[in-house]
Write a protein that binds this ligand. Structure first.
Ligand code: XMP
Length: 561
């Protein structure tokens, strides 16, 4: 099969990167082949030009998902894949370019992960970030070594090739975020330096075949111009149209669900959150009355939540809903459990078991739909992203029992939260459902430190409903990604009236975030915090001290467990 020429428009002469060495692209490919000791190059098969995808190759960076987010912000579809994903899985995505993520390894170490050969052979544009850059430089014959100085945090990048399309619209110097120990010491043949920083003479490199390497992280918010760099790469260099919209997603998903389900039947787990509501509505659109929704009250919901959720669904979604009150079963299962991961697995397992029982009552049902999102998939270090380090097993993904009798349908598996909200609005779901703050599957169980008991649940519900009420009155609910209370296992001494008290410490957490991958603690007004504290102490028995959590993510996570 002849090698394909990238479909990007021919760049004007002024945008071309002058190669420092006049080596043909094919020479790199031969060189890369030689370096890998391969005999023959596997010619990639190219798919029909339908949806355009940027493939983000994951080398294990905690920022890999942010790269995916930045690409989606350009209205271009992208998928994050493990670095050793075979071409057969990449080809159907119709790739238009590759972004190679950072990662914890050192290319200097034996066995360090390297890009697959198809990345060069496809001749599509490549942007390697941090480790991704080093891997490309090493692979294509450059020299990478430990730098004399590590660079962590802010630094100033100076552009030395302002005509480079990657830099279009950027000032000649800009603040960027670095986090690396190794660096490129000698360019691979055919590459040239495009930008430098104080400690990295080769902070951005590139060649004539639109292979770029960036030592810094354009995906993090600290690189203020990162968005422009992504737009330049994805739209200008890869030639994507930027037309991936909620409407496109809806029609694609509806077709996919129809294909997957055929004549089968689906049960959908409704949680009350936007994710499962959007998933159910999409599936309803695809297969109508072959879908039955089940809402399980696990006893770990907030005050009045089961009633509120049921009413909203009945009013807004004209679907059959089976309501199951399983609070006793979940509480029994959680008796004596204090470990956070154990709580997640207990809740997840019980949840699936009840679903199996309910589905059995409905007759033959082959599929279980869930509103799993992309962050859940990635943070649980699923097989799709095996290089990442596991942080928490979010129960939608990590806690499923191996003996599960359903095939999973997860139509939102590749979406970020804000994309789900856009899809929900496009599907016509009501605004209060769309803008509900995320609530974790294991519910209040992971907001109670230590054992979950009825008494402790009631305390937390009381504190949480006051907090929510005050946040809504202050008209801050939608600005906050999440706001909630945590019941700690700390007791402290207080004084109320003339009496000594010995009560629980409740923590209040309010955060802003774009996607739950990173978060900042919200600077709530002091008078609001004071009101929340006064009301909780006065209205909730057994609580005598309130603290406000002023930790961002990272280093903390959003939930305490
Ligand atoms: P963390 O605590 O990991 O939370 O920073 C990120 C987001 O995920 C939610 N979360 C969960 N959702 N099952 C879920 O369905 C879980 O086990 C779980 N743990 C955390 C959390 O509320 C935040 O929005």
């Amino acid at each position: 099969m002849p090698r394909r020429k990238p479909e990007t428009k021919e760049k004007p002469e002024s945008h071309r990167i002058a190669a420092s060495d006049d080596i043909e692209v094919s020479a790199y490919l031969e060189l890369a082949k030689e370096l890998r000791g391969e005999q023959s190059v596997v010619e990639p098969k190219l798919p029909p030009r339908e949806r355009e995808t940027i493939v983000v190759v994951d080398f294990g960076s905690q920022y890999s998902m942010l790269i995916a987010r930045r690409v989606r912000e350009c209205q271009v579809y992208c998928e994050l894949v493990a670095h050793d994903t075979p071409w057969e899985k990449i080809a159907p995505l119709n790739p238009r370019g590759f972004i190679l993520s950072g990662g914890p390894a050192s290319v200097c170490d034996p066995g360090a992960p390297l890009p697959s050969s198809y990345i060069y052979e496809s001749r599509l544009p490549v942007m390697g970030i941090c480790y991704g850059m080093l891997a490309v430089a090493h692979h294509l014959g450059g020299h990478v070594a430990r730098g004399a100085k590590h660079e962590y945090g802010h630094t100033i990048l100076h552009l030395s090739a302002e005509d480079c399309p990657l830099f279009a619209g950027l000032p000649s110097s800009l603040p960027v975020w670095m986090s690396h120990g190794d660096q490129v010491m000698e360019l691979p043949p055919g590459f040239r330096a495009l930008a430098y920083s104080e400690n990295s003479p080769l902070a951005v490199i590139g060649n004539d075949s639109t292979i770029y390497g960036l030592q810094f992280h354009p995906e993090v918010v600290h690189t203020a111009e990162g968005k422009t760099i992504f737009q330049n790469f994805v739209l200008r260099i890869c030639g994507c149209k930027g037309n991936w919209t909620p409407a496109n997603f809806i029609s694609e998903s509806v077709d996919k669900i129809k294909d997957q389900v055929g004549d089968g039947r689906v049960v959908c787990a409704l949680s009350g959150g936007v994710d499962s509501a959007v998933a159910a509505t999409l599936i309803d659109r695809a297969i109508g009355n072959k879908l039955t929704c089940i809402f399980i009250n696990n006893g770990l919901l907030r005050r009045d939540e089961p009633e509120r959720v049921l009413n909203t669904f009945k009013r807004n979604l004209k679907m059959d809903i089976v309501y199951v009150d399983a609070a006793d079963r979940f509480l029994e299962r959680l008796k004596g459990v204090t470990d956070p991961e154990q709580k997640r697995h207990s809740v997840g397992n019980e949840f699936i078991r009840i679903f199996e029982e309910e589905a059995a009552k409905l007759g033959k049902i082959g599929f279980l739909a869930q509103g799993t999102l992309y962050p859940d998939v990635i943070e649980s270090a699923s097989p799709e992203t095996k290089a990442a380090v596991k942080i928490k097993s979010h129960h939608n993904v990590g806690g499923l029992p191996a003996r599960m009798n359903f095939t999973l349908i997860e139509p939102l598996r590749h979406l970020f939260k804000d994309e789900v909200r856009q899809v929900g609005l496009a599907l016509g779901l009501p605004e209060d459902m769309i803008w509900r703050q995320p609530f974790p599957g294991p519910g209040l169980s992971i907001r109670i430190i230590g054992e979950v008991t009825r008494e402790r649940l009631e305390i937390l519900r009381g504190a949480d409903s006051i907090l929510m009420n005050e946040i809504k009155n202050a008209k801050l609910y939608r600005q906050l990604w999440q706001s909630f209370a945590i019941l700690t296992d700390v007791k402290s001494v207080g004084v109320m009236g003339d009496y000594r008290t010995y009560g629980y410490l409740v923590a209040v957490r309010a955060i802003t975030s774009e996607d739950a991958m990173t978060a900042d603690w919200a600077r709530l007004p002091y008078d609001l915090l004071a009101r929340i504290s006064d009301r909780i102490i006065n209205e909730v028995p057994n609580v005598n001290r309130i603290v406000y959590d002023i930790t961002s993510k990272p280093p903390a996570t959003i939930e305490w467990e």
